[in-house]
Design a protein around this ligand. Structure first.
Ligand code: ACO
Length: 705
């Protein structure tokens, strides 16, 4: 998408409203009225076949008869006329269309979208929508929408797939005093998408933070790339977190991957901060749009109430920014602004005696002290203080240090309407303020998360290069020629081995004698497993025997497996029995992958056994990944303590695990055109320095036409 086209869309010098109406209440009337009320300085051309004048503006029957050039056409004609209107706009040379009209793919009419896109491409026009509310911009005084007014002014920009939510959020900006410059509804996103808008907004001097409401992305990788390149904070609320695709999953990994987990991984890799709900989106946007990131973990909390101080301490820990005691010299100075029975540790409790002066002095000192990476100022309403005056003292203190610069400061005021008034004043004066200490801490955590994920984007600890794919592709081609989309375990292990993954030695025996030969070659004890494309869950079929110690054992296991599997599925195509090295016991983990419809190959890691089945303690990354990201995956599962060596156990070989996950991610990316889902389950991880072994392997191929 070219930048110029989006500039015409978002900063047009002239706008035609095609489907303008003289009838109040119609969308075509509202858009004209909003443009005028919003103070738009460019030319407005109402287009309507019969009207002469709308809100004192001359009306044209078609864009083709407008004497000047037009930058943007806002389309508000019924769906059946949209293609014809687009054709006329193309002929007129209009570079951008904002199509408010509904009635496209959201009601099953994708054909109409294809038609519209074809016309737009033919004329080189960009299309926002269809099925949108329109666009709003405070800095350009454009309300080219049917939302009632421009948002409360500020520096965030909202892009939302839900138009109704845009209108609701527009109104909330006034009650919450969270300022936005632009609000953009992108609806069905047939052309201009999140990535295009994010890229454009990166150079928009009126946008300091991009706030997203996402229902579903079309091109996940384009989104990740655009976000990674952006220098501004991006925050996203993802709606629709039901576990899509789970029902059809053929692998463990497939059944564990829900949209929410994969999106969450993608956001992290894209450098996007996440919000948990609408309120949280506002809380975090307020901080991200007004404050610099929290670059370190030395967060100081100043309060006049022990209770809110403890609540803030708890919340800080919960949100990943636990408080530390302030150093002696900081405590000594802060002690000067509190009674003897106050505490200067952290949280700094000035007690209920704290008035404007103590707040002023403490904030002024703490904000500039080199120890402080960030400052949270809390206040509980008291009868002896005035919240507005406290707010003003805090603001004056910050101003007297030269204003907000390289470290964040925010406020939480707990109380009634007087606190509400004080907080509004603070926000209007550039200091985020929150009604509850945990909201304030959550917003502070967003500033920390933003900094951390951005830092990890600078990670130079390279992506694992995939191994040679020649062998793997030959194995896959053979399976396809056989009419199979599931590889046998032996084939899957050969594919894994081709990418350097440490798999257990395995050979296919066609009869007892061969089984004995392979068992001797591998060395006892061994494991024997059925090999059949018709039996995926081998243990359930009685197709696995472990700890076979001698030749006699091989013979009886061979017979038993065949008998069990025939009983399980009489017509199963049994290709033989795999004779496999029996790996020593270790900690069970699972590594796997899916080919996500939005983001493509995505790798998963988690602890195995009960942890994966019951607790679903797994984590994802869009592939390929770096060594650092692989280590992050190892360290971010809830049960990481088990790998670190719980209850006197020796720590497990996390370095080997990191290497395995990284290579695995490289493998599934390399084979992304072939592979749908994979599992390495279990992988047995040994003590530090002793490596690991992939004991079972599963590869499901993509169905090909
Ligand atoms: N060129 C110019 N004007 C035209 C043309 C044309 N080719 N064809 C028709 N018009 C005029 C009509 O004459 C009419 O003007 P009039 O009032 O003078 O007669 C005007 O365009 C509008 O046409 P109507 O038939 O009156 O249609 P109406 O205004 O009822 O609805 C609309 C049109 C708003 C586009 C409707 O079809 C629609 O899609 N509504 C949904 C919009 C929406 O909700 N978008 C998604 C937002 S997300 C959310 O959920 C909030």
């Amino acid at each position: 998408m070219n930048k110029e086209a989006i500039t015409k869309l978002l900063q047009p010098k002239s706008i035609a409203v095609v489907g303008a109406s003289a009838q109040p209440g119609k969308i075509g009337y509202t858009v004209i009225s909003n443009l005028i009320k919003g103070g738009y300085k460019g030319k407005i051309y109402p287009i309507n076949p019969t009207a002469n004048e709308i809100l004192s503006l001359p009306v044209y029957p078609s864009v083709s008869v407008v004497p000047e050039s037009i930058d943007l056409a806002v389309v508000t004609v019924p769906v059946k006329f949209v293609s014809q209107v687009a054709e006329e706009c193309g002929q007129k040379g209009i570079p951008a269309l904002s199509v408010i009209t509904s009635g496209f793919s959201e009601v099953g009419r994708r054909d109409l979208e294809d038609q519209l896109l074809e016309i737009a491409h033919r004329y080189g026009m960009c299309v926002l929508g269809p099925n949108i509310v329109g666009t709003l911009s405070n800095s350009d005084k454009i309300n080219a929408s049917f939302a009632p007014f421009l948002p409360f002014p500020g520096k965030a920009t909202l892009i939302t797939q839900s138009g109704a939510l845009l209108i609701a959020m527009d109104a909330i900006t006034y009650t919450r005093k969270v300022g936005f410059d632009k609000m953009i509804s992108n609806g069905n996103m047939i052309d201009v998408d999140f990535a295009d808008l994010i890229t454009w907004l990166d150079q928009d001097e009126n946008t300091s933070c991009v706030c997203l409401y996402i229902e579903g992305l079309k091109d996940g990788r384009k989104f990740i790339e655009a976000c990674q390149k952006t220098k501004k904070p991006i925050i996203a609320l993802k709606a629709g977190v039901s576990a899509h695709g789970v029902a059809a999953a053929a692998s463990h990994t497939g059944s564990l991957a829900g949209a929410v987990k994969v999106y969450s991984a993608a956001f992290q890799q894209a450098g996007v901060v996440q919000a948990t709900d609408l309120n949280n989106l506002f809380d975090r946007t307020l901080a991200l749009s007004l404050l610099p990131p929290l670059k370190g973990d030395q967060l100081l909390v100043i309060t006049n109430g022990g209770g809110v101080g403890v609540l803030a301490t708890d919340a800080a820990e919960r949100f990943g920014i636990p408080l530390k005691f302030a150093p002696e010299e900081v405590q000594v100075e802060l002690k000067k602004h509190m009674p003897d029975y106050g505490s200067a540790k952290n949280p700094v409790d000035m007690t209920g005696m704290a008035g404007n002066d103590w707040y002023y002095e403490s904030v002024k000192f703490a904000y500039t002290h080199p120890w402080t990476d960030g400052l949270a100022v809390l206040y509980c309403e008291t009868a002896i203080t005035n919240p507005v005056e406290i707010a003003q003292a805090v603001k004056r203190a910050i101003d007297d240090t030269g204003g907000i610069k390289d470290r964040p400061v925010l406020v939480s005021m707990v109380g009634g309407t007087r606190c509400e008034e004080a907080m509004q004043w603070l926000v209007e004066n550039g200091i985020p303020a929150y009604g509850a200490p945990d909201e304030a801490m959550n917003a502070m955590a967003a500033l920390r998360e933003y900094y951390s994920i951005r830092q990890s984007l600078n990670d130079t600890n390279g992506v694992c290069a995939p191994g040679s794919s020649k062998t793997a592709r030959e194995i896959i081609a053979k399976a396809r020629a056989d009419g199979r989309t599931a590889l046998t375990e032996i084939e899957a292990k050969k594919v894994f081995a081709a990418y350097g993954l440490p798999v257990t030695a395995i050979n296919l025996a066609k009869n007892e004698e061969e089984a004995i030969k392979f068992a001797k070659k591998t060395g006892f004890p061994i494991v024997m497993k059925v090999v059949s494309p018709d039996i995926i869950h081998k243990s359930d079929a009685g197709g696995v025997k472990v700890n076979i110690k001698d030749e006699a054992g091989v013979r009886s296991a061979y017979k038993a497996i065949l008998k069990n599997c025939k009983a399980y599925k009489a017509d199963a195509d049994i290709r033989g029995i795999a004779v496999q090295e029996m790996a020593p016991l270790g900690t069970e983990v699972i590594v796997g992958s899916i080919n996500d419809p939005t983001f493509g190959p995505t790798v998963m890691f988690g602890l195995g056994g009960i942890f994966v089945e019951v607790l679903k303690d797994v984590t994802f990354r869009v592939s390929p990944i770096s060594k650092t990201q692989a280590l992050q995956m190892v360290n971010e599962i809830r049960s990481v303590a088990i790998l670190a060596g719980a209850r006197g156990e020796a720590p497990r070989d996390r370095k080997a695990l990191q290497d395995l996950i990284c290579s695995y991610a490289g493998m599934i990316y390399d084979l992304r055109d072939e592979i749908a889902e994979t599992d390495a389950n279990p992988v047995l991880v040994y003590e530090e320095g002793k490596g690991l072994k992939v004991v079972d392997a599963r590869i499901i191929l993509k169905a090909k036409q």
